[in-house]
Design a protein around this ligand. Structure first.
Ligand SMILES: Cc1ncc(COP(=O)(O)O)c(C=O)c1O
Length: 496
């Protein structure tokens, strides 16, 4: 605004109605009727074309050679074959995804929890298209339009309802969100240089996160520089065996032992309240409260990694499942939100310069991420009788029926508490079941055979292993479950 205009405006505001806010070219572009009509036309075309995807189907034989050539090109650039022979065609319909060989599969893993609203979702595509007209593809920390801040605002508005989390710093991946969380904890509690983590946890693949994560294969050859003390995770079977109070007392004693051994040296305790990679193990409020109280007393940051759990349990935030929001100092989210974020309280707001980086993400990512949080907020998804709990019950019914048809596929697993209901677990959109006694080789073979039979699943756990599903619950229909399990049954039959 020129100084002449400014002074005119200032001198007249007291006697005239405020003038209409002038538009920028950017604002005009975003509400341009021509662009909105073009977007609507694209979405109508996507809807029409993808409506023909209505169920799983085998590959088109005419595509066999070209698909194999794609697989080979992918293997040549990666230096190893793809784990699953998966190359998407770019189209799908809800829980169904079309591959480049023309086959259609039930996507029950969704990029390990990324595509929670399924495939060819036109609300997401709309936001993505509108995001694509921006002047740049990426936003940075130095120069950004407003979309990254709008995304943070929507996320924080939800987080603030039941926690003290106040600020957000964005990143492009979960491991980086965790790296930032760890820096925040280290700075606040400097010079403390140790971390406490749960057995079987997973935190991503950066040099530090693979050292904290409790899987030795993921850090082969990586020099160890991070000092980690491991705690047992909640184990309902063991707690029932020795008594809940005793189980919790033992854990508190172990935590106190670490604190006594390394006084003032722990910067944080990382809580994954429902373990993902570790086996979809669901925690317990009393257990967490006992440990968090010890952290409070000893000035150890409570860091909640919800990169896998966010949005998909029976509450938007897993800390709300256990009513723990007031304990959380630092929090991470990613995967289904598309953009990743580290949230922290006023107390943990780091000094300038600790967190930065060239990119924060793309307009399309932020617009889609914002819409996803709004849809989660506004849908009937949560609560003990919400849609996700209903889907989870339908999943368990399917496992029960499968086990009744094939009892020999489901031998008892003592560490899970036996057989029957014990062999289906998780919560909401984190679903696991445990055939073949939890044997890794059979479960990985079954996952591959199930893929060939028309459904994409994965595995989790560190023994027992489980078949793992992260389905796109908001777009799944109850009548999809028997169709998904028909593929699972055919796949499992091939490995027994
Ligand atoms: C709990 C948890 N933390 C961190 C990560 C790492 O996220 P990313 O793979 O986006 O780096 C994951 C990914 O699976 C996760 O499940």
């Amino acid at each position: 605004m020129s100084s002449a205009t400014m002074s005119t405006t200032n001198s007249t505001t007291s006697i005239m109605a405020a003038p209409a806010t002038p538009s920028t070219v950017g604002e005009e572009l975003k509400r341009s009727p021509a662009i909105i009509a073009a977007v609507d036309q694209i979405l109508a075309e996507v809807r029409t074309r993808t409506a023909s995807i209505t169920g799983d189907r085998p590959a088109n034989p005419g595509k066999k050679e070209s698909y194999e050539a794609l697989m080979k090109r992918a293997a040549d650039v990666r230096g190893r074959p793809l784990l699953y022979p998966y190359v998407g065609s770019g189209a799908g319909n809800g829980a169904l995804v079309e591959l480049a060989d023309g086959s259609v599969k039930w996507d029950m893993i969704c990029g390990i929890g990324v595509h929670f609203f399924g495939h060819s979702d036109t609300e997401n595509i709309r936001e993505s298209l509108l995001g694509s007209i921006d002047d740049t593809v990426k936003h940075g920390n130095l120069q950004a339009n407003f979309e990254p801040h709008a995304f943070s605002e929507v996320l924080l508005n939800e987080a603030k309802k039941n926690s003290r989390l106040k600020y957000a710093y964005l990143s492009t991946g979960g491991a980086m969100a965790n790296e930032n969380a760890l820096k925040v904890c280290y700075q606040k509690h400097a010079p403390a240089n140790r971390v406490i983590a749960f057995r079987d946890c997973f935190m991503g693949r950066s040099i530090t996160m693979c050292q904290i994560g409790d899987t030795s294969e993921y850090r082969q050859g990586v020099p160890l520089s991070t000092l980690v003390d491991y705690m047992p995770f909640w184990d309902a079977v063991e707690a029932a065996r020795i008594g809940k109070a005793k189980f919790i007392d033992n854990a508190v004693a172990q935590l106190n032992e670490y604190i006594t051994r390394y006084p003032g040296q722990h910067a944080c305790f990382i809580f994954e309240l429902c373990q993902g990679e570790g086996g979809f193990n669901i925690g317990d409020r009393d257990f967490f409260v006992a440990l968090m109280e010890v952290c409070r007393k000893n000035k150890i940051a409570i860091w909640d990694d919800e990169i896998q759990t966010f949005g998909r349990t029976n509450r938007m935030f897993a800390y709300d499942l256990f009513d723990l929001g007031q304990y959380v100092d630092v929090f991470c989210v990613g995967k289904m939100t598309q953009a990743c974020a580290t949230l922290y309280t006023e107390e943990y707001n780091p000094k300038a310069g600790l967190l930065s980086g060239t990119f924060t993400g793309e307009t399309s990512t932020f617009r889609v991420g914002q819409r996803i949080v709004e849809r989660l907020r506004d849908g009937n998804f949560y609560g003990d009788s919400g849609l996700f709990a209903k889907h989870h019950a339908a999943f368990r019914e399917q496992v029960k029926a499968l086990a009744a048809r094939h009892p020999d596929w489901f031998p008892a697993v003592p560490s899970l508490g036996g057989s029957g209901d014990a062999l289906a677990g998780g919560m909401g959109g984190m679903m696991r079941f445990t055939p073949f006694g939890g044997a890794k080789d059979k479960i990985t073979k079954a996952s591959k055979a199930i893929f060939e039979e028309g459904a994409i699943v994965f595995y989790c756990g560190h023994g027992p292993y489980h078949v793992r599903m992260l389905p796109p619950l908001p777009v799944m229909k109850m009548e999809d479950w028997p169709r998904v399990f028909a593929c699972i049954e055919r796949g499992m039959a091939r490995v027994v």
